[in-house]
Design a binder for this molecule. Structure first.
Ligand SMILES: C[S@@+](CC[C@H](N)C(=O)[O-])C[C@H]1O[C@@H](n2cnc3c(N)ncnc32)[C@H](O)[C@@H]1O
Length: 232
């Protein structure tokens, strides 16, 4: 990993913002990911993220914290927050923004226990592929205190396979429609391709059942997106 995501966050944080990150997937054209969005305030966050932050309690783990916007809000509210990310640049930025406990760490290497675990901005993306969902969910479950909760958001991206007349061109023999190849470039440099998973609520609920987690729909967004609460 070249950590172009982290490089972009560091540039923005340190006054070198000239370009946005460009993303694309195997089923969609190039799109801008505006860097200021990754530094959003509570007011600028989508309603689903605001809801998750309002329901957070106790000790909190922010998984894939990025620039640390969710952690920062919660820390300012007086919560004990740990922010982790596999991106060195992201963790450097989170620290520069004042997150007291930020670490470069893959979620599968986390071992502490928490009352609230957050996975936000398509939190299921980190699972990468459908076959890996139960491994990640089991691990997240092992990190929960007995009254703990996980907030995770995602969306059903079936709409991305629809043509203008509403017809669906999905290959029914292909892999799950939420499994995407994700490409990112920044300032002319290309990141190694990644896998990124969008999971519809029913599939998430089913996967939770298989690992013994309760899965409840907290809220739905305006574009097939949702926030779920997982608990023991
Ligand atoms: C879409 S960004 C979301 C950032 C932040 N949560 C936000 O809402 O602005 C996903 C983040 O997850 C991190 N990430 C990906 N896989 C991870 C893993 N296995 N463990 C921890 N972080 C991971 C990426 O480096 C990236 O910063």
């Amino acid at each position: 990993m070249k950590d172009l995501f982290g490089k972009a966050l560091l540039d923005y944080q340190n006054g070198r913002y000239t370009e946005n990150i460009i993303t694309s997937t195997n089923i969609s054209e190039e799109d801008d990911l505006p860097l200021p969005y990754l530094f959003r305030s509570f007011k600028e966050m989508p309603k689903l993220e605001q809801k998750a932050l309002k329901l957070a309690k106790g000790s909190i783990l922010d998984v894939g914290c990025g620039a640390g916007s969710h952690s920062l809000y919660l820390q300012e509210k007086g919560f004990k927050v740990k922010a982790i990310d596999i991106s060195k640049g992201a963790i450097e930025v989170a620290k520069q923004r004042g997150i007291l406990h930020a670490e470069v760490k893959h979620i599968l290497n986390e071992t502490e226990n928490f009352d609230t675990i957050l996975l936000l901005m398509n939190g299921t993306g980190i699972f990468q592929e459908l076959v890996q969902v139960s491994k990640y969910l089991s691990h997240l479950k092992s990190l929960l205190n007995s009254n703990g909760q996980i907030f995770i958001d995602s969306s059903d991206i079936q709409y991305m396979y629809e043509d203008e007349d509403g017809g669906v061109w999905m290959d029914m023999n292909a892999a799950y429609h939420g499994e995407l190849d994700y490409f990112l470039s920044y300032k002319g440099d290309e990141e190694d391709p990644m896998k990124w998973l969008y999971l519809d609520f029913e599939k998430l609920q089913l996967a939770c059942e298989t690992v013994g987690l309760k899965c409840e729909l907290v809220a739905e967004g305006e574009h097939f997106d949702y926030l779920a609460q997982l608990s023991l």
